[in-house]
Design a protein around this ligand. Sequence first.
Ligand code: HEM
Length: 203
Amino acid sequence: MKPRPVSDTWPGWFIALHWVIALMLSVMIGVGIVMVAVEETAAETGDFTIKVFGFPLYQAYQLHKSVGLTLFWLIVLRLGLRLTLGLTAPSHDHSRLERFVARTVQIVLYALMLSMPLTGWLMASSSPLGLPTMWFGLVNVPHPLGPDAAREEILATLHALGGYALLAIAGLHAAAALKHHLVDRDGTLTAMLPPLRHLEKRQ
Ligand code: HEM
C-alpha cells in the first residue's frame, strides 16, 4: 500500500470526536434496548426494584436521557464544525458514484443521529407519567409537549425504529470503510484510524 502524506487526513480532535460519538451511540442503542426489555419484565412481574446494569430503572432512564441529550449537542458540534471549517473528507480518488453513495449514507446517518435524541425528548415530554428529564441530576430539561399517551406511543415506535435503522446504516458505513481498506487498499479507513496508518507504512 502506498504511504500517504500526513496532511492527507482529518485533524486529530475531529477523528476523536467521531469515535467518541460512535462509541456513545453504540452504548446508547444497546443500553436502550436492554432498558426497555427490563422495564417490560418489571411491568409483567410487578417487580420495579429490578435493575439495568446495576442501576434502578428510574436512574437508568435518567442516565439514558442525559447521555442522549449530551450526544445531540456533540453531533451538532461535529456537524457544525465540519460545515463551517470546511472539513471535507480527504480525497482518495474515489469514483463519482462512490462519493455520491458515501455522501448519501452520511446525510442519512446525520439525520438519524439527530432524530434519535429529538424523538426521545418529545416521547419523554408526551409521557402521561409526567416524569421530569433531569440532565445528570443537575438541570431540569423543559418538556415542550404535554402528556398524550397516543403521541408517546408513536414517538416510542419512531425512537425504536430509528435505533435499528441507525444500527443498519452505521453497519453499512463501517462495511464501506472496510471495503476501502481491504479491497481498494486506499487510505479511507486509516484516515479515521491513525494507529493503523503506521501498519500501512510498514507494508
Ligand atoms: C442518540 C441518542 C439516543 C439513542 C441512540 C437512543 C436509543 C434508544 C433505544 C435503542 C431505545 C430502545 C427502544 C426500544 O427497544 O423500544 C431507547 C429507549 C428510550 N429512549 Fe432513547 N436514545 C437516545 C436518546 C434519548 C433521549 C435524548 C431521550 C429523552 C430525553 C430518550 C428517551 C428514551 C426513552 C424514554 C426510552 C424508553 C422507551 C420505551 O419505554 O418504550 N432517548 N432509546
